[in-house]
Structures are given as structure tokens and as C-alpha cells.
Design a protein around this ligand. Sequence first.
Ligand code: URP
Ligand code: ZN
Ligand code: ZN
Ligand code: ZN
Length: 465
Amino acid sequence: MTRTVIRGGLVITAAEEMPADVLIEGEQVVALASTGSDVADGWTADRVIDATGQYVIPGGVDAHTHMQLPFGGTEASDTFETGTRAAAFGGTTTIVDFAVQSVGSSLRAGLDAWHEKAAGVCAIDYAFHMILGDVNEASLKEMDLLVGEGVTSFKLFMAYPGVFYSDDGQILRAMQRGADNGGLIMMHAENGIAIDVLVEQALAAGKTDPRYHGEVRRELLEAEATHRAIKLAQVAGAPLYVVHVSAASAVAELAKARDEGLPVFGETCPQYLYLSTDNLAEPGFEGAKYVCSTPLRPREHQAALWRGLRTNDLQVVSTDHCPFCFVGQKDLGRGDFSKIPNGLPGVENRMDLLHQAVVEGKLTRRRWIEIACATPARMFGLYPRKGTIAPGADADLVVYDPNAVQTVSAATHHMNVDYSAYEGRQLTGKARTVLSRGTVVVDGDVYLGRAGHGRYQPRSTCQYL
Ligand code: URP
Ligand code: ZN
Ligand code: ZN
Ligand code: ZN
């Protein structure tokens, strides 16, 4: 077994910071000891990684990605191979992607199909949530089986009628089943029935530009759906995880429910923290680059999201990475914003965008690790194998240079998409060396990993309750 020591860095977990050396044997961390202590100095190793002046952090856990998702008549442009390699470059060592049950099909068929896409090609470890696209007697029964084999969370949609949409009765039944079998319900909370009416009216009035995507997907309809999801979960006696929260009023709904003691959780994404309707309004169809759902909101909403991350009314930042090329994919919606495939790239940028918030004093270093590594791992049953640095944990580690200055650009990123939503943005901080289960997969600008190193990770039920 290869013995590796990472020497001299500042080890940061959600719980503590300490100048410490980290001993790795094979795929796991086996010990930590204060730098310069007799114990640490006594360790012999096959390989020493010097982390002087660097942070040593757990690999990022991105609990919301959509590699090669079929959507809007096309398919997300990152494959499991390209997307997980890009994730590794950005200091993320685990993704939880969404397998899809389509209408008229079984959960098993959907899950098998996603296993087939990911098997043997991922650069980093991966797991699956299941999208419930057709809640019925048979799929409810199948939920139990999936929980038993490590697919322990299920996404439902109050949006996208005719595609992924579930009505309130289906939602309630899935929540009741989840309360019973331990599966965590994840909700896309937007009132899609009302939104579709507004879409039709906007298009009839000749409002076809990308910015109208943001206008019809009204904040009120996110808040309303969030509220309704919370009440349905309360009726079912189930916990609830609301994905991609973008509206201040939706954060307020979560905060109110949490103040009442309800087990409801919220996730936001870097695009909602850094981008806004100003981007959607960029001229010449450029706004299409920023079309995602829930939509980007006016800049004023960002303060509530940052605040929610500090007060723990929001617990997780994931990317909802769902890239579509500007040329040939976002294009499908020229002249009709409702045909622009929804989604933004970001799996490579998340850790750095959140570190920028540390630099700017919006988050502490430990909170950065908590929302990007530890809590997503606990929320989705991967802890402490993932999300922390401790004896027995997988050696998914990042030697992170807090002083490296980078300019984000599609010209240099590794995601398979022809634009960056953060083009030209200067960020301080960058992953220098990335280890996945003890193997160095990225060293500086050099990729040392391989397709197929990444392993499927069955998960236990939510550990955050
Ligand atoms: O616009 C988005 N978010 N696309 C991915 C699908 C979803 O709703 O998460
Ligand atoms: Zn969604
Ligand atoms: Zn309300
Ligand atoms: Zn998503």
C-alpha cells in the first residue's frame, strides 16, 4: 500500500482548523498529527506532498449535477467523463447526479440507464439521486428497493408540466413513502402550471427574448411552491430538501418552517449568489447563457441567500451543473425563450466561487467547507467517508492555494461547454493538488487521473436529521 504524507498545510474541516500533517495509506486517511510533532515527524512515506502555505481541505461534494441529461430536445454537453474530470480540476471529488425515471417507465430502468452512462468513465466518485418522473403505485414500491441499495433521495418537480411534473397528490404520496422508507424528498419548487400560462401569454405578446424566462418564472411562484412543499411534507411527516433556491421569499419560507422546528433544508447554487437578471438581459441573445430554473433573480436577492448560508436556513451549495453549448444548444430558443434548454455549467467553479466569499468576508473558512463538503455528504448519506478529513475517511483531499489568482474563462476551463457563466471574473484561490481515494488526479494544470478511477458510491439515508 502506498503511504503518502501531506505535510505542513492548514487542515480545514467543518469542525476545526489545525496546522497538521495527514497520513494516507492506500485509499484512506489513517492519521492526522500536528505539524512538527514527534508523531508526524516519525512518519515514513513513499511520497510526500508539501502543503506549506496551503490549505488541506476535504474534496468537494457536489450533490446536484446533470451530466449528459436529455432535456429540451438536446442533451447536457458534459458527459460523465468530461464533467467529472472538470469537477476534479475544481477540487470536487464526489458528485451526486440525477438518474431519471421517465413517464411510463420504471425507476429500475432509469437507474440502470444512468449506471450505464457513468460506469467505467468517471474521474471521481459518484452517486445517484432518482428523479421521480411518474409517481404511481409501482414506482412508490420501487422507492423502497432503491433506498435499500443506496439510492436514498428522490427529486420531484412542481414545475415542467408534461415532463417531470408531479401533482400535489403524487407529491404527498411520495413524501409519505419517504417518511416510511427513509428516502429524502428533494423538491424543484416552482408552480409550473401557473408558469406555463405566463409563458404562453408572454410569447403571444411577442416577448420572446431570454430575459422573459426570468420574468414569467415569478418569484411569487417559487415562494408559493416552497410553502406548499413544506406544508405537504409536514402533512406527510417527512423531511424536505428544496433544491436550487433562488428567491429571497423562498428562503423566508424555509426560515419560518425551520423556526417552527420542521426538518426542512435548502440548497442554493453559485449562479444565484453571483449572477442576476442583469445577465439574462444581456443583449444579442447572450442572455440565453444564463437561462436556468429556478431563474436568476434581481441582484437584491443575493443578500438573503448569503445570509441564509450563514444562519443555516440554507445548508448546502451545489451547482445544478447542466451545461448546454451556446452554439447549437442554447440556440434552440432563438425567437422563443421557452425553447432554450435550461441549465448552467459550474461544476468546476463551485469551490473557488465559494472560497471567494471567504476572501470577501461573507463566509468563514469552516463554513465554506461545511456547505460545500461536509453537509452535502451528511445530507445524502456519504459521511464520514466523504466530506471530512479523519482517520477512516476516504483520502479525497485538496491541497488548496488560498492566494492563487485566476481569471475564469471558457478558454481555460475543462468543462465541455463553449462558454463560462463567469467569463473574466477574477477569483483568489485554486485547487493545486487533488487526490481521489489516495490517487493524485490533478496536479496544478496537469490531469493525472483516468476515466474509470471514479467509483459508484451507494449511500445511507440522510445523516443530517
Ligand atoms: O435549469 C436547470 N436547473 N436545469 C436542470 C434541471 C433542474 O431543474 O434541476
Ligand atoms: Zn430543478
Ligand atoms: Zn407562505
Ligand atoms: Zn438540477
